[in-house]
Design a protein around this ligand. Structure first.
Ligand code: BV8
Length: 228
């Protein structure tokens, strides 16, 4: 990475797959067990909050039992050693990047370990179940929900992400199907900005053709090789 100074890395569910965390769209993935409309939309939450809380409580418990894998560890090493700008924009709501030691991480779709009160817009670190929708520690309303971005909701910190892309020399996408926007469009934004683009994914994705270079393989193998 001789002439590279500033890097933006986008990660998706594939980077956590080897930690035993279900992806969304692979066979038996999360969405096959649940209709997206039922568990990852505000309408689904309004319709059946208990179902949605149970869905996220189960994922939070699975993440707490999981451990970072070599892909998370290699990205954390890169983050710690890289002298230029580096931003890991993750679509994932797990905390495996941070538990591997990465610091420059941006959760554009929120975090399982955070609870949001839609009444007073306060956020609270939350490691236990949300079932039963306990009172908000700030306003005591019984309305806490998972602090994750559902379909139809605005992803977090888009302006910060676009500023990082405008400043980048390299955009790397790791373990994502390129199925969900606006994240799936970042590679096109990067190309229009003249940024070199690389995809590391188990298989070709819906966006592979947009990348200057694309390598197929398991993130636990490809990412340490790329970082080395
Ligand atoms: C938005 C958080 C407006 C919660 C997620 C109608 C109404 C409103 C919006 C829309 C609409 N129709 C379309 C849209 C846009 C919509 C969208 O894109 N829909 C798709 C289905 C077409 N997007 C939105 O609604 C977004 N908001 O549009 O707001 C707006 C936006 C911008 C500007 C102005 C206005 C919000 C989307 C966020 C939804 N929340 N998650 C939760 O986690 O429960 S989405 C969820 O799926 C994930 O977070 C992730 O982001 C996304 C994609 O999943 P991936 O991470 O890619 O995982 P997937 O399983 O799909 O793929 C895994 C990949 O890994 C595979 O390619 C596989 O091959 C690979 N892999 C597997 N194992 C390995 C591996 N690779 C390497 N190694 C391995 N071992």
């Amino acid at each position: 990475m001789a002439d590279i100074t500033n890097i933006v890395i986008l990660t998706g569910a594939g980077v956590s797959a080897e930690s035993g965390i279900d992806t969304f769209r692979d066979a038996g993935g999360l969405w096959e067990q649940h209709r997206v409309e039922d568990v990852a939309t505000p309408e689904g939450f309004a319709r059946d909050p208990q179902l949605v809380q149970r869905f996220y409580d189960a994922r939070r418990a699975a993440v707490q039992k999981a451990a970072p894998n070599p892909a998370h560890e290699a990205l954390a090493r890169l983050d710690q050693q890289w002298g230029g700008d580096l931003l890991i924009v993750t679509q994932n709501v797990d905390d495996l990047h941070e538990r591997a030691g990465a610091r420059r991480v941006l959760h554009m779709h929120g975090e399982l370990l955070s609870a949001l009160c839609p009444m007073c817009d306060s956020r609270h670190r939350w490691t236990g179940p949300l079932i039963g929708r306990p009172e908000c520690p700030t306003c005591e309303a019984r309305s806490l929900r998972p602090d994750v971005v559902w379909f139809g909701e605005m992803p977090y910190q888009l302006e910060r992400i676009h500023a990082a892309l405008r400043n980048a020399d390299l955009f790397v996408s790791i373990g994502t199907s390129g199925a969900v926007y606006p994240a799936a469009g970042f590679v096109r934004d990067a190309r229009e900005l003249g940024v070199h683009t690389l995809e590391l994914n188990l298989e070709r994705s819906e966006g592979s053709h947009w990348f200057h270079a694309a390598r197929q393989g398991a993130a636990g193998q490809l990412v340490p090789e790329w970082v080395a």
